[in-house]
Design a protein around this ligand. Structure first.
Ligand code: AKG
Ligand code: FE2
Length: 306
C-alpha cells in the first residue's frame, strides 16, 4: 500500500544500467533477485543472538520497540563475505561514491581515486507497536551541503554515501517497511520532507533496497500484533572520510587512557556530531574504559519540535 504518489522502480540485478539510471533519477530503487532465500536465512541466524541481547533505545533515533545488531560485518560471515563485496554493489558504489581528482605535482598531473568503504552495517528489527522514525537523510552525519538539483538534474558525485538494505522477512506497510521519498536526493537544504510524499518500500525476501545518502527515508511504524520487521543494512561512504594517520591502531589502550581529555577529543576518541565514530553505541573512550552502559540512547540532544 503506497501512501504517496511517486513510485520506486523494481529492477532485476542483471540490468545494471537500468539500476544506475533509476538511482540517478529517483535516488533509490529495489533490486530484484539480489540474493537468495538460504543466504538471507543464514544472515538472520547470525544476527539473531545480538538482536535478542539488544536493549530498548532511550531517545529519538529509534523507537523503543526496535532492536539492532551492530557491527554486522564483524558478526555475520555471510554479510561480510557475500553482500558487502557483491560485484553489483561494487559497481554501484564505484559509480556513486568513489571520488577521483587530479592535481599537479610540479608540472606533472597526478590522478587518484579514493574507493568507497563500508561505513556501518547494522540489522534493524522493528517490533510490534513501534512508531515510525522521522524522515531524514543519512548523510546528515557527514554534513553534506545539498544543492537544489531539481531543475538541473542529478550530478553524479554529489552524494558521499550509498545505503543497501536487505530484508530478513517480507516487509509490508503494516510491519514497518522503510518509508522513502523518491526524488528527494535532488532537494536543496530548505525543503522539508512530508510523510504524505513518502512511498512504502515493501520488499520480498531476496530483494535489496539501494538509496543515496541524500534521500529522505525512515523506518516505518509496525502496526502488527506480532511481526518483527527485520532489515539488514550496509552503508558505504567516501573512502577518505577517516583520519590520515590511523592513530587507533598505532596506540595502545593504556596509552590513550593516559592522555588528557582534550587530546583524546582532538584525536577522535569522542564522537563527531551527529553519530560518527561510535562502537556498539558507546564512544571510543567508553569502549576503551570497558564501560558497560545500563542503557543507551541518542548521542545528541533531541531537536524534535515540541
Ligand atoms: O529501519 C529502516 O527501515 C531504516 C532505518 C534508518 O533509516 C536509520 O536508522 O537511519
Ligand atoms: Fe536512515
Amino acid at each position: 500500500m503506497a501512501i504517496g504518489i511517486a513510485q520506486v522502480q523494481h529492477i532485476d540485478r542483471s540490468d545494471v544500467s537500468a539500476i544506475l539510471q533509476a538511482i540517478v533519477q529517483d535516488g533509490c530503487c529495489i533490486i530484484k533477485n539480489f540474493t537468495d532465500v538460504e543466504t538471507v536465512r543464514r544472515v538472520n541466524e547470525e544476527a539473531r543472538p545480538y538482536i535478542e541481547a539488544d536493549k530498548p533505545w532511550k531517545g529519538d533515533l529509534f523507537p523503543p520497540e526496535t532492536r539492532r545488531c551492530t557491527n554486522l560485518v564483524g558478526r555475520s560471515n555471510t554479510v561480510r563475505e557475500k553482500w558487502i563485496i557483491d560485484p553489483l554493489i561494487r559497481k554501484l558504489t564505484a559509480y556513486f561514491v568513489d571520488k577521483t581528482t587530479s592535481n599537479f605535482y610540479g608540472e606533472t598531473k597526478h590522478t587518484y581515486t579514493s574507493e568507497a568503504i563500508c561505513s556501518i552495517a547494522m540489522t534493524f528489527d522493528i517490533g510490534p507497536g513501534a512508531k515510525a522514525q522521522r524522515l531524514h537523510r543519512d548523510d546528515k552525519n557527514f554534513h553534506v551541503d545539498h544543492e537544489d538539483q531539481t531543475t538541473a538534474g542529478y550530478r553524479v558525485g554529489s552524494d558521499v554515501m550509498m545505503a543497501c538494505m536487505v530484508p530478513g522477512v517480507q516487509t509490508t506497510f503494516e510491519n514497518g517497511a522503510t518509508l522513502a521519498i523518491p526524488g528527494s536526493h535532488l532537494w536543496g537544504p530548505d525543503r522539508a520532507p512530508r510523510t504524505s510524499e513518502a512511498i512504502v518500500a515493501e520488499m520480498e525476501v531476496t530483494d535489496c533496497w539501494v538509496m543515496l545518502g541524500g534521500l529522505y527515508h525512515a523506518g516505518g511504524a509496525n502496526i502488527t500484533e506480532n511481526e518483527h520487521r527485520i532489515l539488514h543494512g550496509f552503508f558505504f561512504e567516501r573512502g577518505f572520510y577517516r583520519q590520515e594517520e590511523n592513530i587507533y591502531l598505532a596506540n595502545s589502550t593504556q596509552d590513550v587512557l593516559s592522555w588528557s581529555p582534550e587530546v583524546q577529543k582532538v584525536m577522535g576518541y569522542e564522537l563527531s556530531s551527529p553519530n560518527i565514530g561510535f562502537v556498539n553505541f558507546r564512544t571510543p573512550l567508553q569502549h576503551l574504559r570497558g564501560e558497560q552502559l545500563d542503557d543507551y540512547g541518542d548521542f545528541d540532544t533531541s531537536q524534535e519540535a515540541k
